[in-house]
Every structure is written in C-alpha cells, then in structure tokens.
Design a protein around this ligand. Structure first.
Ligand code: NCD
Length: 311
C-alpha cells in the first residue's frame, strides 16, 4: 500500500489510487469497529492532538475515537479556552503545541487555507478536519466509502449535491473526489447558493430540483450554513423547503434505489424532511457516521507510516 503524503490537507492532492488505498484500508476498520474488542495498536506511542477552532460534534468525536481505537494518546485542545482568546496567533499556538512533539495534529478552522498554512510550520502530520469553505477531506472520503458500499462501485454514478454548495467545504471536497473517480455530478440549488462558476468542476448546475433529481443514484443534501451567510440568500426557510427541501415526493424522481445522504448536522424541515432522514430504507446518514470513524483510522494509519521511524 503506497501512500506518499505527509499530510491530509485536501482531496485536491490525492490521486485515484490514493483514494482507493484509504477506502480499502478503511474497510478493515469497519470490521474491527463492529467487534466487541475494537482495539488495535498501530498508533501506540504516538500523540494525537485535536485542535477545533470551530464547533463540531461528529468530526471531533470521530477523530478522537479513531485515535483511541488505534492506541494513540489523544488530547483534545479546548480552543474556546485557549490563548487564542488572549490574542495569540494561530501559528504561535501551533508552534507551541509543535514543541511538545505531537505526531498527528487534527485541525478545524473557520478560515479557508489556515490548515495548509499551519502544516507548513509544524513537523508532524496534519489532518484537515475542515477549513472554512475550502476542504473537508475526511468527510468526502467517508461519503465515498458509504457510496461504494451501498452501490457496489464508486464510478459512473449520477450524483446530485443539493443546497448550500456556495458555503460548503463538504460539497467542494466531494465534487473533487467524485469527479476524480469519474462520476457525473449535478449541483442543485438556487443561483444564490450554487454560483455558476461551480460548473468549472465539470458539474451540471440545476436550479429546479425536480428536474435535477431525475434518475440520480445518490442524493447528497447539504446544511444551510447560516453562520457563513451575511444576507438574503434565501427568501424564507419555508419557501426553501418547498423548493429545495428533500422529501419523499421529490425523491420519487430519482432512481428507485437512490440513497439519501447528509453530512450532519441536519436542519430537519429546512433542507430535509425529518421522516425521510430517518427512513433506513433510503437514508444512509447513520452509515456515514459509522464510516467516518473507519476512514479517519485509515487516514491516520497511512500518515503515521510516513512519520520518521514510527509505525
Ligand atoms: C460539516 C462541516 O462542518 O463542514 N459537518 C461535518 O463535518 N459533518 C457540514 C456542516 O457543517 O454543515
């Protein structure tokens, strides 16, 4: 298994073979995670620090569990209580932690590009857990694993990514990954949330959801990122749900076996109908969470193998 990267900063830097390597290794961890005894020691002796400068439930919990299950010493920095609040810069905080010799640094930050910058300053492996609107590579990888398991393949699928594409690092990383794996991608949403320049990723853009969903194999919904909006992107949440919210009636336009995805956190009744989100015959939202732990274990193992003299 060849994986020649020091960091995992984005899907952009990965080849088709890299993506397959991570997903194949993650499969072995799906099995491990379903056993009663979930412990491996591939990261034993290594130190993992999680630095989340933005709120997170799934991603932080899943990186923490992934590290613990692989035997690493895991520390969660509480960034709300850190010296950032006293005016210390991101880089100074990172350099301070770097001096304590971590091996893996997991970073989420509200500014696009902040994690790349940090990776240039430290000498451990850095994993991007989401930077601004830029990338969220482990989310795209866990989505890919979920799709591959549900559909039996990860190429030549028709995939709709719907909603707030403009503010979404999840959409961006998914577009890049699913494009690299040779799928057909449709972006669906109002022009305010799906800017035309996204067509440059090779996707077809639709503002009519009923038209865009015709025959697709995968429907990926996105959260309305209200915290990243500074004005009138949508008329009202009610109107938005009517036009762009996924419910059983709109889903009926997709392929009969189409799966429903959402990275979480969900706004029920805004971008997705709550009953549909809970329908285990259509929704793979819980599988996405399960795959998240396995994919993060795989990514950390592969990066750890490239650390000097360890693993
Ligand atoms: C996403 C994120 O933070 O980018 N959530 C996640 O990591 N599962 C999506 C979102 O916040 O809507």
């Amino acid at each position: 298994m060849e994986f020649a990267h020091r960091h995992l900063l984005g899907i952009e830097q990965l080849s088709q073979a890299d993506i397959t390597t991570i997903l194949d290794l993650a499969e072995t961890y799906v099995d491990l995670n379903r056993r009663a005894a979930k412990r491996s020691d591939v990261l034993a002796g290594l130190t993992q620090i999680n630095m989340f400068f933005e709120n997170s439930t799934r991603t932080q919990a899943s990186f923490e569990l992934a590290g613990l299950r692989l035997g690493a010493d895991v520390m969660n920095m509480s960034m709300q209580a850190s010296s950032i609040k006293k005016g210390e810069t991101l880089i100074d905080t990172a350099m301070t932690l770097n001096a304590m010799h971590p091996d893996l640094l997991v970073v989420r930050h509200p500014h696009s590009g902040a994690v790349d910058l940090l990776a240039q300053k430290v000498n451990c492996a850095v994993l991007n857990a989401g930077d601004g609107r830029h990338e969220h590579p482990t989310q795209a990888l866990l989505d890919a694993l979920t799709i591959r398991r549900a559909k039996g393949r990860l190429h030549r699928l028709n995939i709709a990514i719907c909603g707030d594409v403009a503010h979404s690092r999840v959409a961006r990383s998914n577009l890049i990954l699913l494009g690299k794996m040779e799928n057909r991608i449709r972006l669906i949403g109002p022009p305010t949330l799906v800017p035309a320049q996204f067509a440059k990723f090779g996707a077809e853009v639709y503002d009519d959801m009923r038209e865009g969903l015709q025959g697709v194999d995968v429907v990926m919904m996105l959260r309305l990122q209200k915290e990243r909006m500074d004005g009138g992107f949508i008329p009202s949440e009610r109107e938005y749900f009517y036009r762009y919210g996924l419910d059983a009636e709109k889903l009926a336009l997709a392929a009969p076996d189409a799966i429903v995805m959402h990275p979480g956190p969900m706004n029920r009744g805004v971008e997705i109908d709550g009953t549909l989100a809970d329908d285990i015959n259509r929704s793979v939202i819980q599988e996405q969470v399960e795959m998240g732990v396995a994919v993060r274990m795989a990514a950390m193992e592969l990066l750890a193998r490239n650390l000097g003299g360890t693993a």
